[in-house]
Design a protein around this ligand. Structure first.
Ligand code: PBG
Length: 327
């Protein structure tokens, strides 16, 4: 009887490399960054070691350094000076994201710029839509999101990424972009975005925790799988160019499902809480950070993600280039 010996192909580094099925590439990464008003600002975010609030000038420097590491695209989040009920800085021509995009396009023209389109960082109530009588209203939010997306495109964004989870927003944004001559600006929709505890550190960073209630009336129930496919199909019908699953780690089954129902590129968002857990364990010496990060990112890619949004982008790109470990 033949003894099957899968171990044969694991005997050496070169053999393992020869039969490796999934490889990470820094070109797959998008690096999320926070930009705030002011100058010469690089303010650490306590719950996300290694992540900062940057002003536009230090943001440009950070992006330059990221490019040197091999990162080719960024995702921008804005921290406004003032918040109001309609989140008006989200769509202001001189809003912080619009200023940052213009500066980056001028200084680093080859950098791919993705902008997060949402109101929650800009509203005084911290919700992702217009609020009336403590309810988050869907349809009145759509024109504001569309306006935000167009203002990002005017500033020079390559891709706009709506993260609000209002119904029909991808269609509204696509239509507004087209009507304003931005038919080449792509839409990466946060298509299956779950109401997750793993956004905790981000909400500290963006000061966007909801002032009342939670986001469960618009973000998805973590228990649902079929519903994610419905959300993804709707966004594709409405014109999404890339569909995202968020968070990543607890939702790799969803990443795989989405991969199977579409030919579009699929993105997975390795969110703030996932990052914070690894950093905390690493700082305590409880985990080998480099191996853990590369293993997680490889898992996302193996599940079916083409694109990975990760705060680890710079370090992971460096590890992959030089001091690469086989994980
Ligand atoms: C805005 C937005 C959030 C994240 C990305 N865009 C927060 C939220 O929905 O509460 C989370 C990113 C992260 O945790 O890294 N709606």
């Amino acid at each position: 009887m033949t003894i099957h010996r899968p171990r044969r192909l694991r005997a050496s580094d070169t053999l393992r490399a020869l039969v490796r099925e999934t490889t990470l590439d820094a070109a797959d990464f998008l690096y999320p960054l926070f930009v705030a008003h002011g100058g010469n600002l690089k303010r650490p975010i306590a719950s996300m070691p290694g992540v900062f609030h940057h002003s536009v000038d230090t943001l440009v420097k950070e992006c330059e350094a990221a490019i040197k590491d091999g990162v080719r695209g960024v995702l921008l989040f804005g921290i406004p000076d003032a918040k109001d009920a309609e989140g008006s800085e989200a769509y202001a021509d001189d809003g912080i994201v619009q200023r940052a995009v213009r500066a980056l396009k001028r200084e680093l023209p080859d950098l791919l710029i993705v902008t997060d389109v949402c109101l929650c960082e800009y509203t005084d109530h911290g919700h992702c839509g217009v609020v009336h009588n403590n309810k988050v209203l869907n349809d009145p939010t759509l024109p504001l999101l569309a306006r935000t997306a167009v203002s990002h495109a005017v500033a020079g964004a390559d891709i706009v990424a709506p993260s609000d989870m209002m119904d029909a927003r991808v269609g509204a944004i696509r239509q507004a972009l087209d009507e304003n001559g931005f038919e080449e600006t792509a839409v990466m929709s946060y298509a299956a975005k779950y109401a997750s505890a793993f956004y905790g550190p981000f909400r500290d960073a963006a000061g966007s925790a909801p002032a009342f209630g939670d986001r469960r009336s618009y973000q998805m129930d973590p228990a649902n799988r079929r519903e994610a496919l419905r959300e993804v199909r709707l966004d594709i019908e409405e014109g999404a160019d890339i569909v995202m699953v968020k968070p990543a780690l607890a939702y790799l089954d969803i990443v795989r499902d989405v991969r199977q129902i579409t030919d579009l590129p699929v993105a997975a968002y390795n969110v703030s809480g996932e990052y914070a857990m690894v950093k905390a364990a690493a700082q305590n010496g409880w985990i080998d950070e480099k191996r853990a990060v590369l293993e997680m990112l490889t898992g996302m890619k193996r599940a079916g993600a083409d694109i990975i949004l990760t705060y680890h982008a710079r370090e992971a790109a460096r590890w992959l280039r030089g001091e690469g470990v086989a994980c």
